[in-house]
Structures are given as C-alpha cells and as structure tokens.
Design a binder for this molecule. Structure first.
Ligand code: IMP
Length: 229
C-alpha cells in the first residue's frame, strides 16, 4: 500500500512521481496495519533524522532507536523506495519488531534530477555533508536564481515481521541558494530554500518550522494518517 504526502489529485503514488508541495493521501483508505503497531524501531543512524522522526511520531507510537550493534545496510536498490525497503527489512529481521526506514533524494532540475538517489555520496564521500554541498554549489555556479529549482523527496517504508508493508512519500519544492545559510538541520539544509517559506533555508529554521513543510514531515504525517493514529 502507498500513501502520499505530496501528489496532486490523480498522480501516481510511486516513488519517483513528481508533485506540488501539499499533504494528501492516495490509495485505499482501509488501514493496512490493523491493529497499528505499538512500537516502531527506526532504521536511521542519522541523529538529525532521528530527532525529526521522534518529534513527529513520538506522540502516536513508542519509537525505539536503531540498535547500535546492527551493521550498515548497503543501499544498492537504485531507487528511494527500494533503498528504504532494504533498510526497513534489515532492521525488522535483526530486531523482530516493526521497522521504519526512510530514504531521501534532492532532485535539482538544472542537473536533470541529480543527485536524486545518489544524494548522500554526491561529493564523493558517503554522508559527507560539506563535500556534497560544495559539489552542488560548484555544479550550479553558472545557473541563475530562477533556474535553481529543486525538491526534496522522502519515501518511508514501514514493515512488520508478518509481511505487512506501508509506503508513504513526501515532497517539498524549493530552490538552491547561491551560498550556505544557517546552522540548524543537516545534509543539504543550509542551501535549500523552500518555496513555502520566507526566503530562509531549512538550516535557518527551527526543527518544528522545517517539519511543518518538509518532505519528511509530510511523509510522516501521511504515515500517521494511514495507520489510523
Ligand atoms: P539518506 O536518506 O540518508 O540516504 O539521505 C540522502 C542525502 O540527503 C544525505 O546526504 C542526507 O544528508 C540528505 N538529506 C536527507 N534528508 C535531508 C533533509 O531533511 N535535509 C537536508 N538534507 C537531507
């Protein structure tokens, strides 16, 4: 089942479809996790993502951090939904619990959608935010402001040991700034200016301000709705 926090009416809900920034759910309305899980283990080891996920999910379900002894999962599926599924299944298998994983891509129009599913290694070293941003700004050096459009896309996959699966997606549209601004957030936040904001980057915003309009916030709210919480 797929629920969406991004798509315009009539759009497909698979990871990879485009869409304006809005919060809606597509697909069948009956809950697939019936009854909904009491506890969810998070697959992320990223402190910034963990904090965002706990802030949004914590009031609805017991959220458990990824056990540190679980090794890294190789993300080689080639799609956001495929990678998120790989991570969720690995954590579910290791813990025997319902597991939630996310995968996020930054899609830059002037770069034909890159870095997309390769966003974490764009700068050449996996998870090196500074190098990723350096390469992004370098590649966009000659691209004028109005053409620096981009979007973050997050796909969430929730899997249960009995085989149930729920997929949601969230998108936020914006532009890539000329330079960095702000100290909060993580990843590409210092250079992403959401269309729905006031010109500040995500890194200039508080976590709550970011989550209210972010790709991950939208995907999570779609998940909570789909769980009937
Ligand atoms: P992944 O989902 O951890 O694979 O993230 C892919 C890349 O996108 C990494 O470089 C992350 O730092 C970055 N990223 C993921 N979510 C966000 C976000 O909310 N803001 C900025 N960068 C993000």
């Amino acid at each position: 089942m797929v629920a969406s926090g991004s798509h315009p009416p009539g759009a497909g809900a698979g990871a990879g479809a485009g869409g304006a920034s809005s919060g809606r759910r597509t697909g069948p309305c009956e809950p697939v996790f019936d009854p909904p899980p009491e506890r969810i283990v998070l697959a992320t080891a990223n402190a910034g993502k963990h904090a965002e996920l706990v802030a949004l999910l914590g009031g609805h379900v017991d959220v458990i951090a990824r056990p540190p002894e679980i090794g890294e999962v190789i993300e080689d599926a080639g799609t956001l939904v495929g990678n998120a599924r790989l991570k969720a299944r690995a954590i579910m298998s290791a813990t025997g619990e319902v597991a939630l994983a996310d995968d996020t891509g930054l899609e830059v129009d002037a770069l034909d959608g890159r870095p997309g599913v390769d966003s974490s290694s764009f700068g050449g070293v996996d998870h090196d935010d500074a190098r990723n941003i350096d390469r992004l700004l370098r590649e966009l050096r000659d691209v004028p402001g109005p053409e620096r459009t981009a979007r973050f896309r997050t796909v969430l996959v929730l899997v249960a040991p009995d085989g149930r699966e729920l997929v949601t997606e969230g998108v936020v549209e914006g532009t890539i700034a000329i330079g960095r601004s702000g100290v909060d957030g993580f990843g590409y936040d210092p250079v992403f200016v959401p269309d729905e904001g006031d010109g500040r980057t995500f890194a200039d915003m508080t976590r709550a301000q970011k989550s209210a309009i972010s790709h991950r916030g939208r995907a999570l709210r779609a998940l909570v709705v789909a769980l009937g919480r």
